[in-house]
Ligand binder design. Structure first.
Ligand code: HEC
Length: 101
Protein backbone atom coordinates (compact mmCIF):
# COMPACT_ATOMS: atom_id res chain seq x y z
CA UNK A 1 0.00 0.00 0.00
CA UNK A 2 1.37 3.41 -0.94
CA UNK A 3 1.66 5.91 1.89
CA UNK A 4 -0.98 8.09 0.24
CA UNK A 5 -3.50 5.24 0.36
CA UNK A 6 -2.62 4.60 3.96
CA UNK A 7 -3.39 8.24 4.77
CA UNK A 8 -6.73 7.94 3.01
CA UNK A 9 -7.82 5.25 5.48
CA UNK A 10 -7.23 7.49 8.50
CA UNK A 11 -10.55 9.39 8.36
CA UNK A 12 -12.36 6.07 8.05
CA UNK A 13 -10.58 4.78 11.14
CA UNK A 14 -11.38 7.99 13.00
CA UNK A 15 -15.08 7.65 12.17
CA UNK A 16 -15.06 4.00 13.29
CA UNK A 17 -13.43 4.92 16.61
CA UNK A 18 -15.92 7.73 17.13
CA UNK A 19 -18.85 5.42 16.38
CA UNK A 20 -17.52 2.86 18.86
CA UNK A 21 -17.13 5.44 21.64
CA UNK A 22 -20.57 7.01 21.07
CA UNK A 23 -22.16 3.60 21.30
CA UNK A 24 -20.45 3.01 24.64
CA UNK A 25 -21.82 6.32 25.91
CA UNK A 26 -25.43 5.74 24.88
CA UNK A 27 -25.72 2.27 26.41
CA UNK A 28 -23.91 2.27 29.75
CA UNK A 29 -24.90 -0.31 32.32
CA UNK A 30 -28.03 0.35 34.39
CA UNK A 31 -25.87 0.62 37.49
CA UNK A 32 -23.96 3.53 36.03
CA UNK A 33 -27.16 5.31 34.95
CA UNK A 34 -28.72 4.72 38.35
CA UNK A 35 -25.84 6.39 40.15
CA UNK A 36 -27.54 9.61 39.04
CA UNK A 37 -30.52 8.77 41.24
CA UNK A 38 -28.69 8.00 44.47
CA UNK A 39 -28.38 11.57 45.73
CA UNK A 40 -32.15 11.65 46.25
CA UNK A 41 -33.08 7.97 46.57
CA UNK A 42 -30.13 6.80 48.66
CA UNK A 43 -27.28 4.53 47.74
CA UNK A 44 -28.46 1.84 45.31
CA UNK A 45 -31.99 3.27 45.53
CA UNK A 46 -32.52 1.90 49.02
CA UNK A 47 -33.11 5.20 50.80
CA UNK A 48 -33.16 7.00 53.14
CA UNK A 49 -34.26 10.00 51.15
CA UNK A 50 -37.20 10.16 48.79
CA UNK A 51 -39.10 6.99 47.82
CA UNK A 52 -37.20 3.71 47.90
CA UNK A 53 -36.67 2.38 44.39
CA UNK A 54 -36.09 -1.23 45.36
CA UNK A 55 -38.58 -4.05 45.82
CA UNK A 56 -40.56 -3.34 42.65
CA UNK A 57 -40.42 -5.21 39.37
CA UNK A 58 -38.52 -3.75 36.43
CA UNK A 59 -41.83 -3.26 34.59
CA UNK A 60 -43.37 -1.30 37.47
CA UNK A 61 -40.35 0.99 37.76
CA UNK A 62 -40.21 1.44 33.98
CA UNK A 63 -43.93 2.34 33.87
CA UNK A 64 -43.50 4.89 36.66
CA UNK A 65 -40.56 6.46 34.85
CA UNK A 66 -42.61 6.74 31.64
CA UNK A 67 -45.42 8.41 33.57
CA UNK A 68 -43.00 10.88 35.12
CA UNK A 69 -41.52 11.58 31.70
CA UNK A 70 -44.95 12.23 30.19
CA UNK A 71 -45.72 14.66 33.04
CA UNK A 72 -48.82 12.66 34.10
CA UNK A 73 -47.28 11.73 37.47
CA UNK A 74 -45.24 13.48 40.10
CA UNK A 75 -44.51 17.00 41.23
CA UNK A 76 -42.06 17.86 38.46
CA UNK A 77 -38.75 16.81 39.99
CA UNK A 78 -38.92 13.31 38.55
CA UNK A 79 -40.33 14.50 35.23
CA UNK A 80 -37.28 16.70 34.75
CA UNK A 81 -35.10 13.70 35.49
CA UNK A 82 -36.95 11.17 33.39
CA UNK A 83 -36.92 13.50 30.37
CA UNK A 84 -33.17 13.10 30.13
CA UNK A 85 -33.29 9.39 29.28
CA UNK A 86 -34.17 7.32 26.21
CA UNK A 87 -36.61 4.40 26.49
CA UNK A 88 -33.67 1.98 26.38
CA UNK A 89 -31.93 3.84 29.20
CA UNK A 90 -35.09 3.89 31.35
CA UNK A 91 -35.39 0.14 30.79
CA UNK A 92 -31.76 -0.42 31.74
CA UNK A 93 -32.28 1.71 34.87
CA UNK A 94 -35.46 -0.15 35.85
CA UNK A 95 -33.90 -3.54 35.19
CA UNK A 96 -30.90 -2.78 37.36
CA UNK A 97 -32.97 -1.21 40.17
CA UNK A 98 -35.24 -4.28 40.21
CA UNK A 99 -32.22 -6.43 41.06
CA UNK A 100 -31.66 -4.40 44.25
CA UNK A 101 -33.24 -5.52 47.49
C1 HEC B 1 -33.55 15.66 42.80
C2 HEC B 1 -34.00 14.47 43.49
C3 HEC B 1 -34.31 13.22 42.70
C4 HEC B 1 -33.47 12.54 41.83
C5 HEC B 1 -32.04 12.90 41.44
C6 HEC B 1 -34.21 11.39 41.37
N1 HEC B 1 -35.45 11.36 41.95
FE1 HEC B 1 -36.86 9.88 41.71
N2 HEC B 1 -38.11 10.87 42.97
C7 HEC B 1 -37.83 12.09 43.58
C8 HEC B 1 -39.01 12.52 44.32
C9 HEC B 1 -39.11 13.82 45.10
C10 HEC B 1 -39.97 11.51 44.14
C11 HEC B 1 -41.40 11.48 44.69
C12 HEC B 1 -42.19 12.65 44.22
C13 HEC B 1 -42.91 12.50 42.96
O1 HEC B 1 -43.75 11.59 42.88
O2 HEC B 1 -42.69 13.30 42.02
C14 HEC B 1 -39.38 10.49 43.31
C15 HEC B 1 -40.03 9.31 42.93
C16 HEC B 1 -39.48 8.33 42.13
C17 HEC B 1 -40.11 7.08 41.75
C18 HEC B 1 -41.49 6.60 42.20
C19 HEC B 1 -41.33 5.69 43.37
C20 HEC B 1 -42.63 5.12 43.85
O3 HEC B 1 -42.62 3.97 44.28
O4 HEC B 1 -43.65 5.84 43.79
C21 HEC B 1 -39.26 6.42 40.94
C22 HEC B 1 -39.47 5.04 40.28
C23 HEC B 1 -38.08 7.24 40.81
N3 HEC B 1 -38.24 8.39 41.54
C24 HEC B 1 -36.98 6.88 40.06
C25 HEC B 1 -35.85 7.67 39.92
C26 HEC B 1 -34.74 7.31 39.08
C27 HEC B 1 -34.64 6.02 38.26
C28 HEC B 1 -33.85 8.33 39.17
C29 HEC B 1 -32.52 8.47 38.43
C30 HEC B 1 -32.62 8.50 37.00
C31 HEC B 1 -34.38 9.31 40.09
N4 HEC B 1 -35.60 8.88 40.52
C32 HEC B 1 -33.71 10.47 40.47
C33 HEC B 1 -36.65 12.79 43.54
C34 HEC B 1 -35.56 12.46 42.76
Amino acid sequence: MKPRHLLATLPVLAVLCFAASTKAQTSPAGRLLASNCFQCHGTNGRGPGFDRLTGESANEIYKELLEFRSGKEGNGIMSAHALGYTDAQLRALAQWLATQR
